[in-house]
Write a protein that binds this ligand. Structure first.
Ligand code: PLP
Length: 423
């Protein structure tokens, strides 16, 4: 029997045994210590092609910039670069990662509410083309650095859009958050930049959250942005050539489940924004590209029953599978042994939040079983901590079905030595 898991075309069961990208699970786990992560390069590549082709149908000048913060493994950045994506970075560390992956500075977007002088200088000296600013003091520092370098720095202003109260309430990044600047003060930044011989205000940027699945939301956002751009033209004679819509799209699997269509989003952009032929439209997806391109393989260490519940404890915990409001971790068995008791899945940490999801699974689980956790690519490894345990190794599943180590597990002895550094 061949059973494909809905919305995860790379997973299927043959005779109740899991295959990932047509590769049998036994061959994948062979000679590897549990737990480990697996980067599904093919899925990542398909996600990139999907977003580029679907949005690109209606957007003539589209620039997709992968948000490194979602998962900054070197291999992912290199693959993004090979697929002609830019990189969205938020720190000197991420700038240097992008550089090491071979990404030129004209394809790097730099964001952040409190970039340091060093970060700004590094970016400007290297002739970064997409610099988002969000405060008057920052814009003045950028101006100073550009003046010292005798150049004109292009800038984009990150604003928080004006949206209906009902829409605002649903956003992760709300209007009084620390990120971006209100649209009125944003105008002041444009005004300041326009007068400076060392600044060239070319665009507007906005990013209001993650896991977005609503076409109505984009209608509203794009409507606001179009008015904002028109206002800048009418009142300040500033003509913008870049509209950066930020990140925030839900993963491809989630969008497909929710019936959200990227092609329709492209169409929304092209119909809502005036003069689309003369505007570069930027997206900075992280979650969309990487969330479902990663799985974790984990062993059941212990089971127990308590307060009427069955628990299974796996050997990967909330120190790498960070529990976030928008996490979508879910578990499937490597060998399906039939339906069983509803079982809650927890990690090994002594923390009540160290549970994989609120949903129990109902397949047979015993100690020693191997399970696969889906949707582990976004904001896991990049946010992981050495809380109680070393972080797991990361392998890549190649197109030929081979596994390749791309990041070793933390070395426990090294962790112990570091802890006693001064002793
Ligand atoms: C400015 C900016 N762009 C893009 C992203 C990526 O968001 P997502 O992973 O939801 O696509 C983030 C995430 O925090 C961000 O802050």
């Amino acid at each position: 029997m061949l059973d494909i898991i809905e919305n995860y075309p790379y997973l299927c069961y043959e005779d109740d045994k899991l295959q990932i990208q047509q590769k049998e699970i036994e061959a994948i786990v062979e000679n590897k210590a549990s737990p480990f992560f697996l980067f599904l390069l093919q899925r990542f590549q398909e996600n990139v092609l999907e977003i580029k082709s679907k949005l690109g149908k209606h957007i003539p000048d589209l620039f997709i910039s992968y948000a490194a913060k979602a998962n900054y493994l070197g291999r992912i950045l290199q693959e993004s670069h090979k697929l002609d994506l830019g990189i969205e970075a938020m720190s000197l560390f991420e700038l240097k990662l992008a550089e090491k992956a071979g990404v030129p500075f004209n394809k790097i977007v730099l964001n952040g509410p409190a970039k340091t002088f060093d970060e700004l200088s590094y970016a400007i000296t290297n002739k970064i083309s997409h610099l988002n600013v969000e405060s008057l003091n920052e814009i003045k520092q950028v101006e100073k650095i550009a003046e010292n370098q005798e150049l004109v720095q292009k800038i984009t202003v990150r604003i928080h859009p004006k949206l209906k109260d009902t829409t605002e309430r649903k956003l992760l990044i709300k209007k009084n958050s620390k990120l971006g600047i209100d649209y009125y003060r944003g105008i002041k930044l444009f005004e300041y930049a326009k007068k400076s011989p060392h600044l060239d205000p070319i665009g507007v940027h906005t990013h209001v959250g993650t896991n977005l699945t609503s076409h109505e939301f984009y209608d509203e956002l794009l409507g606001f942005l179009n008015e904002y751009v028109t206002d800048l033209e009418d009142k300040l004679a500033i003509s913008l050539s870049e509209i950066n819509l930020g990140g925030g799209l839900a993963s491809r699997s989630t969008l497909e489940k929710e019936g959200f269509q990227l092609e329709k989003l492209g169409e929304q952009v092209s119909t809502k924004m005036d003069d689309i032929e003369n505007k570069k439209i930027i997206f900075e997806p992280g979650r969309y590209l990487i969330e479902d391109s990663f799985v974790a393989i984990t062993k059941v260490l212990r089971t127990k029953k308590s307060w009427g519940r069955k628990w299974a404890f796996i050997d990967v915990g909330a120190n790498t599978l960070i529990p976030m409001r928008y996490s979508h971790y879910s578990v499937v068995p490597t060998i399906f042994k039939g339906k069983g008791h509803y079982t809650n899945i927890g990690g090994p940490l002594c923390l009540p939040v160290d549970i994989l999801s609120d949903e129990a699974v109902n397949f047979e689980i015993e100690e020693g079983d191997l399970l696969v956790v889906l949707n582990c690519g976004a904001y896991t490894i990049s946010m992981s901590e050495q809380f109680g345990y070393p972080r797991p190794a990361i392998y890549q599943l190649t197109k030929k079905g081979l596994t390749e180590l791309i990041k070793p597990a933390d070395d426990m002895n090294q962790m112990i030595n570091d802890s006693f550094y001064l002793s």
